[in-house]
Design a protein around this ligand. Structure first.
Ligand SMILES: *Cc1c(COP(=O)(O)O)cnc(C)c1O
Length: 457
């Protein structure tokens, strides 16, 4: 191929190859660092600071919509993807790129295979980007294809799978007991294109055996996708356990400060799919970025990437702290006479405690740690639940989670309203369920607020 380039283009390609080699070597060094060091620095090191950042200690915020080229040869090389280029901020942006590199390195931490990441405008767009080609690229018109998913999903994902994917001709097969590997195995057949699960799930705290499901998927030559928004790479890195693709809503725990919507697709290099062409499987996240994502436009704003990079630097600390606070609040609620049951994976009486302890472990310390998401049901009616909810004084009533500020919602009238009574029953969401995400406040103050509100029932 290369001999067909003009000498001018060849010069740019050769220079890019040299730079690319240096970057690969530097990346290999970063990949060998500890999790916290990667989270703090990512690919923006001292050398990068002086080559592109005027010595600044943090990644520059590049607001330019587009990149200028030195001459026509560089432009042709750039737009032909012959050299690394960011071109136009809908496709790439240097600040977004720093975020993608950090996320890829954190999700691939401790994993034999490397990974790449694609940052998107929201968690939902990340999920849509991740699954769409697995359906669109792998079926002929009129072919009956399906995918298998845990039923315990974020409400938006449930709708995407139940409605939008059906419109595209792919039928979702729900696994209502995802902790049972047989429940998955009996739904997978020759027309299944991928397997999907969310762990821990929001709000029901479902948990499943990632390794066993990845093996099942691979025995059928299809990829396994995990939404690990609630866990974040500080608690769980599904790629290490055999998953092929991780999706994250960066809006939530990773963006704990609560200032931006964002998402990411992080894919293992050389993922399993007997349906996708080899050049797509080789580096799925980068392929998505260069082709389907470019053509549909759900890009992340550089401002968002800049703020999210800052959040990632303290990710492990926040997750550790919020998990410890949540445990204290869960223990309090479990003993309260007006609480029917508490679903928190960290309570030893939870039926999925042993599954959760296997997978949810604080990075580098290996301590079982269970995150900030819990739900509980009120002993009483839907009206009692609303009375308690309306009495909260410090905890925010919001359909939000993963915040440094504690937030609560009633899923049946908010996040899971659209899927209707039948969908809620399938997912196990009664009208008396309250989802609570404990933040960084002192747990005694969170407990005091819950206590006075429970006294109103
Ligand atoms: C919120 C959420 C999403 C969707 O993310 P957005 O950024 O709101 O689009 C996906 N999965 C989980 C588990 C979520 O909590």
């Amino acid at each position: 191929m290369e001999q067909q380039f003009s000498p001018g283009i060849r010069r740019y390609v050769e220079k890019a190859n040299e730079l690319g080699e240096r970057r690969r070597q530097y990346r290999a060094q970063v990949r060998a660092l500890k999790f916290d060091t990667i989270a703090v620095h990512g690919m923006y090191g001292v050398e990068e600071a002086f080559s592109g950042g005027q010595g600044g200690l943090i990644e520059p915020l590049f607001l330019s919509t587009s990149q200028a080229y030195r001459d026509s040869d560089e432009m042709e090389a750039g737009l032909g993807y012959l050299i690394p280029t960011w071109c136009y901020s809908r496709i790439h942006n240097p600040t977004v790129f720093y975020l993608e590199e950090t996320l890829a390195l954190l999700e691939a931490y401790g994993c034999a295979d490397d990974a790449s990441a694609l940052a998107t405008a929201s968690g939902m767009s990340a999920i849509k980007q991740a699954v769409e080609p697995l359906v669109a690229l792998t079926s002929a018109p009129g072919e009956q294809i399906n995918f298998v998913s845990a039923a315990q999903l974020y409400g938006g994902t449930f709708q995407l799978f139940n409605l939008r994917m059906r419109e595209r001709g792919a039928q979702v097969r729900w696994v209502t007991e995802p902790w049972d590997i047989e429940a998955w195995a009996k739904l997978v057949d020759g027309n299944t294109r991928f397997i999907y699960g969310e762990m821990p799930s929001n709000p029901q705290q479902a948990c499943f055996d990632i390794r066993a499901i990845a093996e099942l998927a691979h025995s059928h030559g299809i990829p396994f996708i995990v939404d690990s928004t609630i866990a974040t790479p500080a608690l769980m890195r599904p790629l290490q356990h055999g998953a092929d693709i991780v999706v994250q809503s960066l809006t939530k725990t990773i963006g704990a400060g609560g200032f931006t919507i964002g998402g990411a697709v992080i894919a293992r290099h050389g993922l399993t799919s007997r349906h996708l062409p080899d050049e797509v499987r080789a580096d799925y996240a980068t392929w998505l970025k260069l082709w389907p994502f470019r053509d549909s436009g759900p890009c992340m704003s550089p401002h968002s990437a800049f703020f999210l990079l800052n959040e990632l630097r303290t990710l492990r600390l926040k997750v550790e702290f919020m998990s410890a606070n949540t445990m204290e609040v869960a223990r309090y609620l479990a003993k309260h006479p007006k609480v029917e049951r508490v679903d928190y994976l960290g309570l030893p009486e939870h039926p999925l405690y042993s599954c959760a302890s296997r997978y949810l472990r604080m990075v580098d310390s290996d301590e079982p740690t269970f995150g900030h998401l819990m739900s509980f049901t009120i002993k009483g009616s839907a009206a009692d639940t609303r009375r308690f909810f309306d009495a909260l004084k410090r905890i925010y009533r919001a359909t939000d989670l993963g915040r440094i500020k504690s937030v609560a919602t009633i899923p049946a009238i908010s996040t899971h309203m659209q899927q209707g009574e039948e969908g809620r029953q399938l997912a196990g969401i009664p009208p008396t369920m309250v989802r609570l995400c404990v933040g960084g406040e002192h747990p005694a103050d969170v407990i005091a607020d819950l206590d006075q509100a429970l006294a109103k029932i």
